[in-house]
Design a protein. Structure first.
Length: 161
């Protein structure tokens, strides 16, 4: 019985090391916003929320903690980042601010709790969005042509929730 347990743990160990050979390298894309954060590119409050909760998957400013490099977690993480960047990439926003459609898509995704992904907030507790965060993002999304100058904060603070 003890031999079986030992054998089992050895084979798990070997399998674990084996799958490390199948790590998927992600080459960080050259960043258009290097040096300039989202806070500077768009509204500071909105930028801060996006940097905290979204940019790991939706920009080339991804922080890769050690466990994100260990298979099988790395498979899931790299898939999320690849697909997230394909869907929506903040990195070009300094040159080309997000369109109204893009902003509305963001509002939709955070309003129904689809984003940030629950797999992410499970580990990154700080990435969870409050009702105020969602209201702020949606206020910014609905604002036309003047995303920098609207008094979004005072609006969302006055809202009774
Ligand atoms: C852990 C990675 C991850 C994080 C963090 C994350 N996303 Fe995503 N996002 C994805 C992936 C993967 C997709 C594409 C697949 C999907 O829709 O589930 C996606 C899709 C989207 C889409 C397109 C949805 C659609 O239906 O077309 C929007 C908009 C979006 N994300 C916004 C955000 C915003 C805003 C945040 C932060 C509040 C955020 N995401 C955080 C990974 C992430």
């Amino acid at each position: 019985m003890r031999r079986l347990a030992k054998l089992t743990s050895i084979s798990f160990g070997v399998a674990f090391l084996g799958i490390q050979l199948f790590s998927i390298p992600i080459t960080p894309k050259a960043s258009a916003t290097s040096g300039v954060g989202m806070s500077q590119a768009i509204n500071p409050q909105v930028g801060a929320i996006l940097e905290r909760s979204c940019q790991d998957c939706h920009s080339s400013h991804t922080t890769w903690p050690w466990y994100s490099r260990v298979a099988p977690v790395s498979w899931m993480v790299s898939k999320h980042v690849r697909e997230g960047r394909e869907m929506l990439d903040f990195s070009g926003w300094t040159d080309q601010p997000p369109s109204t459609d893009e902003r509305m898509l963001i509002c939709d995704a955070v309003s129904d709790g689809q984003m940030p992904l629950p797999e992410y907030t499970m580990i990154h507790h700080k990435a969870k969005l409050s009702k105020q965060d969602v209201a702020l993002l949606c206020g910014w999304a609905a604002a036309t042509n003047a995303p920098r100058t609207l008094p979004l904060v005072s609006n969302s603070r006055n809202q009774k929730e």
